[in-house]
Structures are given as C-alpha cells and as structure tokens.
Design a protein around this ligand. Structure first.
Ligand code: DP6
Length: 359
C-alpha cells in the first residue's frame, strides 16, 4: 500500500506563527466498520452519510518553538483545559508523526468544541480527529502551496483514519466509502473517498434524527469492540457479508430503491449489535428504550407506508433515517411519539452534509 505518497518531500516555506479553524462533521455508517487490523486497516469496506449539524469546531494555533525532539501541545475543550483528552491526541500525533514531521517544530494550542451536547453518547472522535487533521493540512499547505485540494482531502482522511477509523469518513460528503472495494472506483483501505457514482434523487437531502436514549458512558468502547472481532466465531462471514452489502447498497443508491435500502441498513445495524452479543466476552449496548423505538418505527412504517428506517452506532442511541419529502410528517412522529423514549426528551434533527469547512 502506498503510504509514501503522504510523506512530505519538500516544504518550501518557513512559517513562524499561524492559526487555522475547521468545522468537520460527524457521520453515520450505513454499512458498518467493525473489525480492523494494524495500523487502522478495516476488515471490510464501509459507507456513511456525512452529517450536517453534528460537528466539531477546532482551531489550532501553531507557534515555532526551540527544540524539535518532542511533540508539544495544549488542549482546550469548550474553553477549558482538558488533560483527560490529551492521551488520545498524543497517541494520534505519535501515529502521524512520520507523515507530518513539521509538528515537531511547533507549540500547538488546540481549541475544540462540539455542536452536540457533551456526553450525548454521540461519538465525537470522528468529527474531532478529522478537524485536527484538516488544521494540520492547512499548515502543510502553507508550508507547501503546491498541494492540490484533492491531495489535501485525501491526506486529511488518511491522517484522521490513524486517529479513529470512522474519522476517515468525515472530511467529505454526502456519502463516503472507506475500505478497498472492487465495485467502488478509487476506494482504499488508507482513506475515505466520496461515493463516486450519481445518487438517485430519492436519497438526496436525506434526514437523520438522532434519538438520545442513553447519554452515559458506554460500558465497552469501540476500540475494545473492534478487538473482540479477532477470534470472533462469525467474523469471517461478517466481513464477507459487509463487502457484499456495500456492493449492493452502491446499486440501491444509484437506482433509488428505497425498500431495499431500508432492508439493508436495518440489517447492518442489527448485525453490528449481533456481533457484540456474540463476542467473547459478550456485551449489549442497546437499552430497552432502543428496542421500543425500533418497534414503533416498524409500526409507523407499516401503518403509513413511510420509508422511515433506523440505524445504530456502537451505543444505545437510535438514528432515524427518512427521505426529505417526509421531513414534516416524520418530525411530528418523532416529537409526539418517539421523544418520550429519549433521555430528557432529547433528540437532534440532522440531515446529510458536505464535509469539512474552513472558518
Ligand atoms: C460502530 O471509528 O469509533 O460506529 O477506529 O477504534 O476509533 P476506532 O473505531 P471507531 O468505530 C466506529 C464503529 C461504528 C461503525 C462505523 O462507524 O462504521
């Protein structure tokens, strides 16, 4: 695999002081990434909708420093110094240092905030790490102005992946594929690529309402969950199935087949959780209210003929997906019937978005 393309060959300019601010979104997988090998290589390809309203805003101030032996940074989250988040970011810088050797030359001050409520159970690693990656690429562009926009996005996704796999899908939008797949032109295990084919209008401006069922700390982190896919009795079959599903959803999206979309997306969500139920040790991230919401979505679909469906990430929250032309009716259904199953009645109305924005 060609990782050498991400090692900067020459940096033309010297910069003493700079600051960049990026806003990057969260994303929700339709075909799930669950299982990886070193270094952050997915066991199967995945595809996600990029979100619009759930995002992280991050500024990094760079100030040239004396020595170049250590990576030096301060971290502020929502205005306050956050020592607790430092180890994850330090590990990220360790992983990317060969590709961004210039980080050794600066004192960095990272300032980050999320648009979604803190500890909402919405994973912030995808938006958080992609935002840092974009800030680093802005510095690299200043050091080497010949870099193209395409290279910058690709390398940002490559870097973000080394921090958190799903973060590789948070640079562009509205649909991003990460993981090498024979039917997806340009796809790679190293970085996410925009879904390269024309998507049917049925899937334009798709809506995602995130129902906050449980805002507590997860009992099992994604990292541990991924790890449990090694030696999992159903792993081999699951990775094959996910790749088949990716080939299938690619056609569904192009042809506008809504019922097949519902079937595939809900099956992916339940299969992800089935992998958790059958890991050793086994674990359950869904809550009783997750299941109650799923039942109500199914009933609503049956009663009304709606094209509503759900997906889940590695937690208890439910992502409700529905077409743009059902926005009013489904929002009313969520407000009137589903919100009572959410913690403090909280949910977030979101829709597909287009990726990272410089501020
Ligand atoms: C269930 O990207 O959070 O959301 O690479 O260890 O940081 P790491 O894992 P992470 O895993 C996401 C898993 C998922 C499915 C998905 O987003 O594809």
């Amino acid at each position: 695999m060609n990782t050498a393309q991400f090692i900067p060959s020459e940096l033309h300019f010297s910069i003493t002081k700079a600051s960049y601010t990026w806003q990057t979104p969260s994303n929700i997988a339709l075909v799930k990434y669950w299982g990886k090998s070193d270094p952050q290589i997915p066991k199967n390809a995945s595809i996600s909708f990029t979100l619009n309203n759930c995002h992280t805003k991050t500024s990094i101030g760079f100030q040239k420093k004396e020595g170049t032996k250590e990576i030096a940074f301060e971290l502020f989250f929502e205005g306050e110094k956050k020592e607790a988040f430092k180890p994850k970011i330090a590990q990220f810088f360790e992983r990317i240092k060969a590709y961004c050797p210039y980080i050794f030359e600066y004192d960095m001050v990272i300032d980050s905030e999320n648009s979604f409520p803190h500890s909402s159970g919405i994973a912030s690693s995808a938006s958080g790490l992609s935002a840092i990656a974009m800030c680093l690429m802005s510095l690299e562009k200043a050091l080497n102005p010949s870099l193209t926009g395409e290279y910058i996005n690709r390398k940002a996704s490559f870097l973000a992946r080394l921090g958190s796999g799903s973060a590789s899908r948070s640079i562009e939008g509205p649909l991003v594929v990460w993981g090498n797949h024979p039917n997806i032109k340009g796809s790679s295990d190293l970085f996410g690529v925009q879904f390269p084919y024309k998507v049917h209008s049925n899937f334009e401006k798709y809506q995602d309402a995130i129902l906050l069922v449980d805002k507590g700390e997860k009992q099992v982190s994604s990292t541990v969950g991924h790890d449990l896919m090694h030696n999992h009795p159903y792993a081999t079959q699951r990775f094959l199935q996910a790749n088949d599903n990716l080939g299938e959803i690619s056609e569904i999206l192009q042809e506008g087949r809504q019922d097949d979309f519902i079937n595939l997306v809900e099956s992916e969500a339940l299969t992800l959780h089935a992998m958790m139920l059958t890991s050793n040790p086994y674990f359950i991230l869904m809550k009783p209210k997750t299941l109650e919401i799923i039942q109500l979505i199914w009933k609503y679909r049956k009663d009304t003929g709606s094209k509503i469906c759900f997906t889940l990430d590695a937690g208890a929250n439910v992502h409700v997906l529905y077409p743009f032309n059902e926005k009013e009716t489904v929002n009313t259904f969520i407000e009137n019937e589903l919100s009572t199953f959410c913690q403090n009645g909280q949910f977030i109305l979101d829709s597909v978005g287009f990726g990272a924005k410089i501020l």
